[in-house]
Design a protein around this ligand. Structure first.
Ligand SMILES: [Zn+2]
Ligand SMILES: [Zn+2]
Length: 377
């Protein structure tokens, strides 16, 4: 069915869609220069130079103009291309890459719009070509429900500071309750690489333990069902995570790292790894890693966790190390060299579509669990 539908659908102009994407991102980028205090996050700002952001913005504006103009001249997806050219023109009218701003005062709260714009730009140019070349499936980046997943991506990046504040508050409370200086000193006496490996192991134990609870406890499954409702797997699909799950999981994962007193370098290396592996695990990457699949969580390992298949939905909870599942007794070797036929929850109708409906779904108590997000087919 799906292949028939995609074969008969009109072919999209990638120039038009790239123009629209870049034009809109450029517009958001200009807004970041106008209101840096409000729209950019202090933590992320420290990782890049202002000159770099200006050059990136200029590049985005020029590329949106060129790609959009070509699409319009070729008569393909004109409205989408016009959106790109129009957004780029508005970005220029608003000052483009030359907007000046004074000293950025520190504010208690700000949004991470810069984090959204820059990470979406680089993730797209890295993952879209790789998935096209190495995909399990020939699947468009604009597959069904891409808007929903992009909305989750937007919110999780823009609200990054609020998530950090909530997670820091909960983990530091736990730290104050159970802090043991002797344990911290023992951990800190280890070399950084050993701290990093131990951090990955500890974080994955806590993550997988909580992940198993999401699957076993009915009212927790309601939240996690949102993540499992993706019917198409790609690098963006993993973004679909209920905000309650984001807060719970990040707190649970960071807690052992804070309580055990890992060095900041080890924690930072872990944060980079989890960001990368969480995206890769969902990516549409048809690679078979052979024996490495027993050592590290690969896309195939996590794709089988998302399979619409009763034998594989409640196993393989780890996100870094299959060893963690082996220790918990929840390891089930995915069938060799095969990929799931279908993704999603067993009762497809149980999870509504769209970010807002999915966000309120777990707290609406009108239906019983089995009506709503039951797992039996
Ligand atoms: Zn799960
Ligand atoms: Zn997942």
């Amino acid at each position: 069915m799906a292949s028939v539908a995609s074969a008969s659908a009109p072919r999209r102009s990638w120039f038009a869609y790239m123009s629209a994407g870049l034009g809109l991102l450029a517009l958001l980028g200009v807004l970041c220069f106008h209101f840096p205090q409000l729209l950019t996050s202090r933590e992320f700002r420290a990782t890049y130079e202002e000159g770099f952001a200006r050059q990136l913005l200029l590049l985005g504006i020029v590329a949106a103009f060129i790609l959009g103009t070509v699409a319009i001249l070729r008569g393909r997806d004109r409205r989408v291309a016009l959106l790109g050219v129009g957004s780029a023109a508005l970005a220029v009218l608003l000052g483009g890459a030359t907007v000046h701003f004074g000293r950025i005062e520190s504010t208690p709260y700000s949004l991470g719009l810069d984090w959204f714009v820059i990470s979406l730009f680089f993730s797209t140019i890295v993952f879209v070509p790789i998935e096209r070349m190495l995909g399990v499936r020939d699947q468009s980046p604009l597959r069904p429900e891409w808007r929903t997943d992009l909305a989750y991506y937007f919110l999780s990046h823009v609200l990054v500071q609020f998530v950090l504040i909530a997670v820091t508050a909960s983990t530091s409370t736990m730290d104050a309750l159970v802090a043991s200086q002797s344990v911290k000193q023992a951990v800190q006496s280890l070399p950084i690489w050993a701290q990093f490996l131990l951090a990955v192991f500890m974080a994955d134990i806590f993550q997988a333990g909580l992940h198993r609870l999401y699957h076993r406890v009915p009212w927790l499954w309601r939240f996690h069902a949102v993540h499992h409702s993706s019917r198409h797997m790609d690098w963006l699909a993993g973004s679909r995570t209920h905000i309650v799950e984001v807060l719970l999981t990040r707190s649970a994962v960071l807690m052992p790292l804070v309580v055990l007193g890992f060095a900041p370098d080890a924690v930072n290396a872990y944060v980079v790894l989890v960001g990368l592996q969480a995206v890769l695990a969902h990516a549409n990457l048809g690679l078979n890693f052979g024996w490495l699949e027993y050592l590290l969580v690969t896309p195939r390992y996590h794709h089988w966790h998302h399979a619409r298949h009763p034998d594989y939905v409640d196993v393989n909870y780890a996100i870094h190390l299959p060893l963690v599942d082996m220790l918990m007794g929840t390891f089930k070797r995915p069938p060799p060299k095969t990929w799931p036929q279908e993704y999603g929850v067993m009762k497809l109708e149980s999870v509504p579509r769209g970010l807002i409906a999915q966000t309120v779904m777990p707290v609406r108590a009108k239906k019983v669990f089995e009506d709503y997000v039951g797992r039996e087919g």
